[in-house]
Design a protein around this ligand. Sequence first.
Ligand SMILES: Nc1ncnc2c1ncn2[C@@H]1O[C@H](COP(=O)(O)OP(=O)(O)OP(=O)(O)O)[C@@H](O)[C@H]1O
Ligand SMILES: O=c1ccn([C@@H]2O[C@H](COP(=O)(O)O)[C@@H](O)[C@H]2O)c(=O)[nH]1
Ligand SMILES: [Mg+2]
Length: 276
Amino acid sequence: MWRRVASLSSSISSSFLAQTASRLNSWESLTTGIAQQAKGVIAPKEKTPFITFVLGGPGSGKGTQCIKIVETFGFAHLSAGDLLRREIASKSADGAMILNTIKEGKIVPSQVTVKLIQKEMELSDNHKFLIDGFPRTEENRVSFERIIGVEPNVVLFFDCPEEEMVKRVLNRNEGRVDDNLETIKKRLTVFQALSLPVINYYSEKGKLYTIKAIGTEDEIFEQVRPIFAAFEVCSVSAMILSIQLCCFFLLHFESENLTTALFLLNLFGIFVMFLI
Ligand SMILES: Nc1ncnc2c1ncn2[C@@H]1O[C@H](COP(=O)(O)OP(=O)(O)OP(=O)(O)O)[C@@H](O)[C@H]1O
Ligand SMILES: O=c1ccn([C@@H]2O[C@H](COP(=O)(O)O)[C@@H](O)[C@H]2O)c(=O)[nH]1
Ligand SMILES: [Mg+2]
């Protein structure tokens, strides 16, 4: 169901209505998320997904910050790299190809990665997703939009100096096959050539939030926190405003002309949310 809602909104994305609908979708997604978190109930699949892409070079701290975002804002964390490593570990049909690609610091074919992400999204009870380390190429991006049928609401870019990224990766000590100087150099070249255009694309679309990824983990998270907090404040404000307006209209029309009242309420609500 969320796929149908999302593809409908992306098909009219150039218009004023689409912008308004997209904001409404974002707020509605987050509002239901907060309410459901508070009540401890599982989000039904019908909810519009709220998607955040988490981008940045190797070792820029994407995974580390995703853990903090999950703890604070209740997202589901889907790391594309982890999903690919799981395929290798499970010795699936694509496992050997994925292992070689990762060792070479190259990019796994889009179809393979998008299918893994899609499966995780469908299995998840959450509707707020952090997609970590994806899309890494323009082809990845287009493939995601075509297969999943949605665009991200937010794109985070962890901007970190190369020297620092190399240092962090070499100190990571998790036994990853790509955590060696030779592969890191290749990954940095791939990042510059193929991933930066994706980041520029989202910058032009006004969806990019750049984080200066130097300092302690907590200092970096203090740059991330206000981004999601702002979305939550908007959604809660919109919800409160709607309830207030609803009460006002119901009293004003004494329930006689309820349909007109609700129509006016919706129009006003959309107008106010667009202004916010
Ligand atoms: N702010 C920080 N300062 C110092 N070290 C950090 C910081 N953030 C993360 N690290 C460490 O750097 C290493 C790389 O971090 P992380 O795995 O989060 O990066 P990543 O962007 O997910 O990398 P990759 O793309 O290779 O998966 C980890 O060992 C992590 O503990
Ligand atoms: O969308 C993706 C994500 C990852 N890869 C490959 O996996 C490694 C490791 O990814 P991390 O996100 O750093 O864990 C990456 O270098 C690629 O080889 C991919 O192909 N597509
Ligand atoms: Mg990572």
